[in-house]
Design a protein around this ligand. Structure first.
Ligand code: GUN
Ligand code: ZN
Length: 430
């Protein structure tokens, strides 16, 4: 690709959080605008005519009526579950035991881990996703596989070794000490290298002993700028199990809090059935919650309270939760978030949905200063959406009353066919 490059088309601009102000004022869709990409960053943004004048030497790629957006950011995934996505009919704990753990055991083979990591990044790139935060398996090589593959592609990702020292098959158990040692070694190897970041990753309270939770809490205290990712209050039977395993805990969140695993750089996946104390405490510390709507319907977990939690000032990202979620597509995930909003009587605007999949998730990952919006100086990770990608969407788009209405049809009906191009670090990917 020539550098600098000018991309022109419709352009999504993020001026502020659309949950905190009028959706169509905080977010804008500009027609005949463009971006100049230079050295992996956005060097300029504005009306196409101005950019052509100010950057006379650039090569232009004209996307016409396509919508240029920040690349999608998927804030909670399990790349090792790629091959078992959409496995039928179990509640969370049965689903883990029947499908997930047997598949995760296969990652003791580094070659298999590498094959799935590459396949996973191919699939997500084809769906317009440029950054993910992934759980790996207990095997350090599963982290190396994803980090190596992302590094080769120039991708900004977050990943961590999943730690479990109980309530999992023998082959998938580490110990408090080995979880600490392996996580520390991986963190020192990968965190901050190129565009890679490490997240300390206890799977969830039921699969860690209090000793392991404390060991990982101590590690986080040594590296407080690292993210810590885990699961919280996903299913009611899971919550009951947590209460029996941690009889002293005030609630599920307290199982993390008591072991120094609650903090501003914490990412708590699902967070559906929260007690008032948990809600207050999460907001107070500024932790991030991650909404996983296709997973929450697929595994039958419950309806995340987006409107209420946003109103209370929570930081919230959006995620597929592959493979508990049933899709690799953040468009399908936005559609599911809309439907869950409807079931709670709080429909989300297209601007709010796309904000969640870009700036919202980027802020949840504490990367909002580098990715998630198309401002000057940001990293050039983009997705270009064809807003008439199928006959069904094209005929509906013909009726669209506004650019937002046009985008909404693609959010509700679109998939990887709507991805005209994915740009990673200023280069076309895939
Ligand atoms: N809770 C603990 N592990 C998992 C997982 O792999 N997927 C989901 N959806 N929930 C979990
Ligand atoms: Zn998960």
């Amino acid at each position: 690709m020539q550098d600098p490059t000018l991309l022109t088309g419709r352009v999504l601009r993020t001026l502020a959080n659309p949950f905190k102000g009028p959706a169509e004022e905080t977010m804008r869709i500009e027609t005949d605008w463009g971006l100049v990409l230079h050295r992996g960053h956005i060097a300029d943004i504005g009306p196409a005519a101005d950019l052509r004048k100010n950057w006379p030497q650039v090569t232009e790629i004209a996307y016409g009526r396509d919508l240029i957006c920040p690349g999608f950011v998927d804030a909670h995934v399990h790349y090792p579950q790629t091959a078992i996505i959409a496995s039928w009919g179990k509640r969370l704990i049965d689903w883990l035991n029947s499908y997930t753990f047997p598949e995760e055991m296969r990652f003791d083979d580094p070659a298999y881990a590498h094959e799935v990591a590459a396949r996973y990044l191919d699939l997500t790139t084809a769906n317009g996703t440029t950054t993910v935060s992934s759980f790996c398996t207990i095997h350090p090589a599963s982290v190396d596989a994803l980090m190596n593959e992302a590094q080769r592609r120039g991708q900004r990702i977050v990943a961590g070794k999943t730690c479990m020292d109980r309530n999992a098959p023998e082959e998938l158990r580490d110990t408090a000490q080995s979880a600490y040692d392996d996580s520390k070694a991986l963190l020192e190897k990968w965190h901050g290298v190129d565009r890679l970041a490490y997240a300390i990753t206890p799977r969830f309270s039921p699969t860690s002993t209090p000793d392991q939770m404390s060991a990982l809490g101590a590690l986080w205290a040594e590296y407080p700028d690292c993210l810590m990712q885990t699961h919280l209050s996903e299913q009611t039977d899971e919550i009951g199990w947590v209460k029996s395993l941690y009889p002293e805990a005030r609630d599920y969140l307290d199982t993390y809090e008591a072991h120094a695993l609650l903090g501003a750089n914490g990412l708590y996946g699902h967070a559906i059935h929260l007690e008032p104390r948990e809600r207050d405490r999460l907001a107070e510390v500024g932790a991030a919650l991650v909404h996983c709507p296709t997973s929450n319907t697929f595994i039958g977990s419950g309806l995340f309270d987006m409107a209420g939690l946003m109103a209370d000032g929570h930081r919230i990202g959006l995620a597929t939760d592959t493979g508990g979620g049933s899709s690799f597509s953040m468009l399908r995930t936005m559609a599911a978030a809309y439907e869950i909003g409807q079931l709670r009587g709080t429909p989300l605007h297209a601007a709010q949905l796309i904000w969640l999949a870009t700036a919202g998730s980027a802020e949840a990952l504490r990367m909002g200063d580098r990715i998630g919006t198309l401002d000057k100086g940001m990293e050039a990770d983009l997705v270009v959406l064809d807003l008439a990608s199928t006959a069904a969407i094209a005929q509906r788009a013909g009726r669209a009353e506004s650019d937002w209405d046009d985008l909404f049809a693609t959010i509700m009906m679109g998939d990887d066919r709507a991805i005209r191009a994915t740009w990673i670090g200023g280069q076309v990917a895939g």
